[in-house]
Write a protein of this length. Structure first.
Length: 371
């Protein structure tokens, strides 16, 4: 038995004919940078996210970094985000010269806890970056209310929430801008690195289009010292194909999550919570157990590719250990990093494979986490 955490081979086998045709069209035109497929993808993805503009860039990290630069966030500013997110969120804040301020997460949803924001806000706070972690939208109404009270920007980190909805609205349409990653293992993934920013702000979108291309929108005329952060046309062509399947894939992820909840109900593991206001897309299905490492080892020995997202919190990482502010101890982050375990939940997982994963977890001699 071999069940990988993400099975991209099955996905690409099913889509092989469509993807190859899309690539062949780009090869025939020869428009490898800023080609027709990128223009079409940007329009289609903006429509999908219920916003006016989409600007493709070369990674999720650049999407966040350039968005903050375009919104005027920089040296001397502080930006609040979740302590339990992937390091890229904090790196983007650091790369624009601002200071990441890390707050704890809600123990049920794993998302940034809006109740932690007030204690983290200072005269230097410029923005809040909620992360829709594991595919579940953050509590945007409460976050936006705090931001409005203090005059702060809100930027969505949507790297794990392609297609998710909060109170009926797509993630990506819930703040002044949102940053996506299309890393291959995402719910919507390219065949390499790629990213995008979506926004209703026409001025920001125009700035981003210039910034990603050496500060130029007219060839050889540069209005700012920009970057080289462009999506290859080939990647855009692949993303256009996959976007047509995204809702179906997300539906399948939710089916698998429901199956896991039913099968794992008797197990000594804490299952992920879900807000009633959201449509979760289960980029990851994360359980908690008091014997995580033992369970992980057992699953790996049985060929099951479980994983950990993320074993070392940002404030413990050498790269940013002395470059972050942690206003209050993130007790849930510090504790959960030793308990969380991601089970396979990609849309090409079969029911039989999900049953096997659940059976192995349920049969394990693991202990529950304390309240």
């Amino acid at each position: 038995m071999s069940i990988p955490l993400v099975n991209l081979k099955r996905q690409h086998h099913e889509l092989q004919t469509e993807i190859q045709a899309a690539i062949n069209n780009v090869l025939a035109r020869g428009d490898f940078v800023f080609g027709q497929e990128l223009e079409l993808f940007e329009k289609e993805f903006a429509t999908y996210c219920q916003v006016e503009h989409c600007v493709g860039v070369d990674s999720g990290l650049d999407a966040l970094t350039l968005t903050m630069k375009g919104l005027g966030i920089g040296r001397g500013d502080e930006v609040i985000t979740a302590a339990n997110t992937f390091i890229a969120t904090a790196l983007a804040i650091h790369h624009v010269g601002a200071t990441p301020v890390l707050v704890d997460h809600d123990p049920v949803t794993y998302n940034l806890d809006p109740r932690c924001l007030a204690a983290a806000i200072t005269s230097r706070t410029k923005a809040i970056v909620p992360v829709h972690l594991y595919g579940q939208p953050a509590d945007m109404d409460l976050i936006q209310a705090v931001a409005a009270e203090h005059g702060l920007l809100v930027i969505e980190d949507t790297a794990q929430a392609h297609g998710a909805r909060y109170k009926g609205r797509r993630c990506g349409s819930l703040a002044c801008a949102a940053a996506f990653s299309f890393y291959p293992g995402k719910n919507l993934g390219a065949l390499g690195d790629a990213g995008a920013i979506v926004t209703d702000d026409a001025d920001l979108a125009q700035w981003l289009r210039s910034a990603r291309n050496y500060g130029s929108v007219v060839k050889y005329h540069h209005t700012m010292p920009g970057w080289n952060s462009r999506v290859d046309t080939l990647q855009a062509a692949v993303l256009r194909v996959k976007l047509r399947y995204l809702d179906r894939w997300n539906d399948r992820r939710r089916q698998l999550a429901d199956r896991y909840r039913e099968l794992l109900a008797p197990a000594e593991a804490t299952l992920p919570g879900q807000s009633p206001d959201v449509e979760h897309v289960y980029h990851q299905f994360v359980i908690r157990t008091g014997q995580r490492d033992e369970l992980l080892g057992q699953l790996h020995s049985r060929g099951i590719g479980a994983g950990i997202h993320y074993p070392v919190p940002i404030h413990r990482q050498r790269a940013l250990q002395k470059k972050c502010i942690v206003p209050r101890p993130p007790v849930h982050t510090d504790r959960f990093c030793d308990e969380i375990l991601s089970l396979p939940i990609c849309p090409y997982l079969t029911d039989d494979e999900a049953d096997q994963v659940a059976a192995e977890v349920a049969a394990s001699a693991i202990s529950p986490v304390s309240a």
